[in-house]
Design a protein around this ligand. Structure first.
Ligand code: PLP
Length: 360
């Protein structure tokens, strides 16, 4: 068996310790004589798994008691509809467009009400985060929506927008648990877990209780109503049980390393290796404004599509996988999530140095 350094944007690398533990428990979870995949979601063993997972997440993010944690399905994309269906009481919402995911979310919300795109960075291919300190937030907006870390373009909001008192809703799929967060600044935080937390199939929603109501848009399905899942502690129907179990293990792994402060330190140290290299390279260059750089997704180019393709191919042969940039951007992208070890980023930059010498 040999593992590669996997720079995939998602589904993405998971901590090896977690995978080994899961493997060891595959046939017999904790003396139950069965795999977590095979057990009832109403069993005592699973009740303990989901309760511990929620508590560990609450501890890590210091989630206040007036927020619910929901483990749902449908991926992040399902939230593009679920958010307006549940939150658009006035049928108006403001969206800040910093990439494809925010764009898609805004387009979906338009099915349910009026969407105001109050800021955008599309004019320069989403290579920066617009100034959001004094935006024309709509009087009657039900919420202001952001995609906090832009997986495809590699930008991140370093300060949250001034929503002028309106509820902030954030897609944190690709920066979930990468650094400390002040949950009280948001009405709703959500993310698909397959970027930074666990296997595809789970989406986590952290929502302030006053936003959970029966007063949803007419026709909203039971399964797409937050209250359904909040009232049932995510067990209204069969949840993505095995995925939740893996997420729980990742929460414990993060706790064992010192929590989100420690994650941030690790992630800054890793990202610095790559960004410092890019800033002095004569062949490669980063594509994003420095002040807005993501710690998680690092896009870069040589400026020559053929050379980019050669790089991706040779990197793969050297055990550095999934470095091809998103199909809409081209070039390369290294996703260096929580579970990517420091050594992986060093191996990548060493390889880039060698490639630069050979190809300049
Ligand atoms: C991957 C991603 C999505 C889409 O997630 P799915 O679970 O595939 O629907 C949405 N937003 C962001 C920021 C992402 O990175």
């Amino acid at each position: 068996m040999s593992r590669v350094y996997n720079f995939s944007a998602g589904p993405a690398v998971l901590p090896e310790e977690v995978l080994k533990e899961a493997a060891a428990e595959m046939l017999d979870y904790n003396g139950t004589g069965m795999s977590v995949m095979e057990m009832s979601h109403r069993s005592k063993a699973f009740a303990e798994i989901i309760t511990a997972a929620e508590q560990d997440l609450r501890d890590l993010m210091q989630i206040p008691d007036n927020y619910k944690v929901l483990f749902l399905q449908g991926g992040a994309s399902q939230q593009f509809a679920m958010i307006p269906m549940n939150l658009m009481k006035n049928r108006v919402a403001d969206y800040i467009i910093t990439g494809q995911w925010a764009k898609k979310a805004a387009k979906e919300a338009e099915k349910y009400g009026k969407v105001n795109r109050i800021a955008s960075s599309e004019d320069r291919t989403f290579s920066y985060i617009p100034d959001c300190s004094d935006l024309p937030v709509s009087e009657d907006a039900d919420y202001v929506y952001i995609c906090e870390n832009n997986t495809i373009y590699g930008t991140k909001f370093k300060t949250l927008p001034n929503t002028k008192g309106k509820t902030l809703v954030a897609d944190v799929s690709s920066c979930f648990l990468s650094e400390p967060v002040d949950v009280t600044k948001y009405g709703l935080i959500y993310g698909g877990v397959q970027k930074n937390i666990g296997p595809a199939g789970v989406v986590i929603v952290i929502i302030r209780e006053d936003l959970i109501t029966e007063d949803v848009l007419p026709g909203t399905p039971t399964m797409l109503t937050y209250k359904t899942h909040a009232d049932a502690n995510s067990l209204y129907n069969t949840p993505p049980a095995y995925g939740i179990y893996i997420c729980g293990k990742v929460f414990k792994w993060i706790k064992s390393l010192g929590g989100l402060e420690a994650m941030k330190e690790r992630n800054e140290k890793k990202a610095k290796v790559l960004y410092d290299f890019l800033d002095q390279s004569r062949l490669f260059k980063g594509t994003v404004e420095k002040k807005d750089r993501s710690l998680m997704n690092v896009p870069f180019v040589t400026g020559d599509a053929d050379l980019d393709a050669k790089f991706v191919k040779e990197a793969k042969a050297a055990g550095l996988e999934n470095l091809k940039g998103h199909r809409t951007v081209g070039g390369m992208r290294a996703s260096i999530y929580n579970a990517m070890p420091y050594e992986g980023v060093v191996a990548l930059t060493d390889f880039m140095k060698k490639f630069e010498e050979e190809n300049l």
